[in-house]
Design a protein around this ligand. Sequence first.
Ligand SMILES: C[S@@+](CC[C@H](N)C(=O)[O-])C[C@H]1O[C@@H](n2cnc3c(N)ncnc32)[C@H](O)[C@@H]1O
Length: 222
Amino acid sequence: MEYKPIRTYVKRQGRLTKAQKIAIEVNGKSFLIEFKEELLQEEQLFLTEQPICFEIGFGMGGATHKIAQNNSDTNYIVTDVHQPGIGNLIKLSNADNLTNIKIIPHDALEVLRFMIKDSFLSKVNIFFPDPWHKKRHNKRRLVNNENLNLIISKLVDGGILHIATDWEPYALEIIEAIKTRDNLTLITNNFHERPDCRPETKYESRGMRLGHEVWDILATKG
Ligand SMILES: C[S@@+](CC[C@H](N)C(=O)[O-])C[C@H]1O[C@@H](n2cnc3c(N)ncnc32)[C@H](O)[C@@H]1O
């Protein structure tokens, strides 16, 4: 059967700043990995072999940059399709000479499907996936049973899935989906405290100004 993905994002037109454009052109080669329908070989990616965290949808990349900077003992493979964010994350990472981060500017679900080996990732971060509020758009939500199957297959046993959202119905749906599986165990589903491992993200700051609450949902494979 032909594989026809439902896109979980809309490619926003946002213009690149001069600095973002220069970052992509000059430093892109140090950070970008081209999407290909073939498995990534870890040894060609990073200087040091260490646990790998995969992020879906880093937006403008500010939180992602901080996480990679604060955790030099982990390698990061991160994805988004938003060009200004890609330029910004390259700019930030290059300024700090980070060697533990690679960016794949492509749909994360295709990256997982084609490029990531099974049982390869120690952690998957999904911070503020597009909520797709309207009922008729709910099918475009990133976190659903089918995509959870894909994500779980790429995690090592004991690996961690960390999702944050400020949309309560989505949070409850995710918690329910996790609870009904026997291959994922909830660690926490709180909305009171942001864990230290997750810096505040740009999308989150905007929501908080509007009075939104935030759910951090952490689960472990197994
Ligand atoms: C609401 S924004 C949140 C961005 C960032 N995590 C934050 O909290 O500021 C969601 C981001 O996920 C990206 N995204 C959605 N689906 C994606 C997918 N399948 N692959 C890669 N990125 C995706 C969008 O392009 C967008 O930048």
